[in-house]
Design a protein around this ligand. Sequence first.
Ligand SMILES: Cc1ncc(COP(=O)(O)O)c(C=O)c1O
Length: 347
Amino acid sequence: MKMVDLRSDTLTLPTREMLESILDAPLGDDARDRDPTVERLEEMAARKVGKEEAVLVTSGTQANLVSLLSQTSPGDEVIVESEAHINYYEAGGLSSVAGLMPRPVVGKLGALSPDQVERTILTGTPRRSRIQLICIENTHNRAGGTCISPSQIADLKEVADKHGLSIYMDGARIFNAAIALRVDVRELTKNVDSMMFCLSKGLSGPVGSIVLGTHEFIKKAREWRSVLGGTLRQAGIIAAPGIVALEKMIDRLREDHENARRLAEGLVDIRGIVVDMRTVQTNIVKLDVSGLGCDCNRFMTELEKHGVRASGLGGSMVRMVTYRGIEASDINTALERIRATAESLRA
Ligand SMILES: Cc1ncc(COP(=O)(O)O)c(C=O)c1O
């Protein structure tokens, strides 16, 4: 039985074209004289999202940490959505490495409201406030791949400007948001000061994320990347597949979104499983299995026996993610197996 693995879009493998692109990529020592393929990717990425400059880093987590370090000082505070990846899954790097104090705010469908943000800024001793940055996550992973719209970002920007703060966007899946919202990605980036996106998720690149912002910010980001041991030599072997990812892999994300919707629509017909369809916007489906009388771990153990893998979000919440390599037929197979799992748990 072939497993249908819906744990994460980080499972995507590089395409043949990506692997072949490595063979012909002009390479150099990026730490010394720059690697021409890395330079090409960075320029292409900056143009694509409409930022002044870009720098290639090894992972999304490194991108977030480098970005935080480049625009804060130890002891500063940052507003983050309470379940943001930065706050939840990055081994506490924002505190232990960057020395930052998170000010978590519970968002709605992953988005912070301007009122909540303003209230947080004004709570405590605003005159001595060390809040520097508002961090948003688009799409929001733990909220179920939900999008933050250009107008929501514009509203946050108004509050940020009023209080002299900057906005940073963890845009690991920003192209998923652009495709789902049917907007040019620059509509989502124009009101943030700095950001990152990942090449290695739905875009299918094997390694790498891109940090973007002003020339000054990227200069600092290069320094912090170096401090973190992230300056690479012939990094063109990572950048070449990244170029293919940006050229060829963005539009097809809509297939992942269609498959996620097909999955969600099938799941709501299974007794004991609940999906909040408002959250089904991109390639992530979040389901509640409490109606089956079990928690996510028990459900996932049983599900794996039936040939489907998913990830747990804690309590009774489970996450399933679609990506290149998961076809519509796999979704049908997964649904049959999830139905059988639900029946065996109810028995
Ligand atoms: C929203 C978000 N930000 C950052 C990351 C971190 O990326 P990486 O796994 O490349 O460190 C992830 C990973 O899934 C993510 O979902």
